[in-house]
Design a protein around this ligand. Structure first.
Ligand code: NI
Length: 189
């Protein structure tokens, strides 16, 4: 397994639509395993392939690492096949939008159809944080970030701050200063 670099906004690769995988072969399984390791390391609870620069419809999730009964989920070609009329709001963050959070309203419950790590077709009914996370990750496959769900004004403020933070980080790296990171894993999707 290997840690993969996570792209941060603004990056044109995060705005692209990803392509379905033809089959879950060893290459896709390797990608899933590397993505899971990268997500745990970040740390986050969800990660989509375009966030590591791979434009394939693959996501990994683990909303509660301590809870052995759920365990990590690997999804190729995930599709929402049913969504509730009822909405829910959750304060979302994203490993590609580090240290910024915003309330996003989405359908409260969804059913997702996907291919699992063995290439078997599965359907899963999701609610709560899992529902938010699945919808957030599938958005990534269509080039959509959670900041695309908020006002343009708020989005532009966040994007400007990210650019500024990136410049400061580059300057600190030149000067050899250690990188500071304080992310809340509960919200990093
Ligand atoms: Ni994200």
């Amino acid at each position: 397994m290997a840690l993969l670099p996570i792209l941060t906004a603004p990056d044109p690769r995060l705005k692209k639509k990803s392509l379905p995988v033809e089959a879950v072969d060893d290459g896709v399984r390797q990608l899933m395993d590397d993505m899971l390791e990268t997500m745990y390391d970040a740390p986050g609870i969800g990660l989509a392939a375009p966030q590591v620069g791979v434009l394939k419809r693959v996501i990994v999730l683990d909303i509660d690492r301590e809870e052995a009964k759920t365990g990590p989920l690997f999804m190729a070609n995930p599709e929402i096949i049913e969504a509730s009329d009822e909405d829910a709001s959750y304060e979302e963050g994203c490993l590609s939008v580090p240290e910024h959070y915003s309330d996003v309203v989405r359908p409260a419950k969804v059913t997702v159809r996907y291919l699992d790590r063995d290439g078997k077709s599965q359907e899963l009914a999701c609610e709560g944080l899992l529902s938010t996370c699945v919808q957030h990750e599938i958005d990534h496959l269509d080039g959509i970030l959670f900041i695309d769900h908020i006002s343009a004004l708020k989005r532009n403020i966040i994007l400007r701050k990210l650019l500024k933070a990136r410049k400061e980080k580059e300057r600190d790296e030149v000067e050899g200063k250690p990188a500071a990171s304080a992310k809340d894993p509960e919200h990093a999707l």
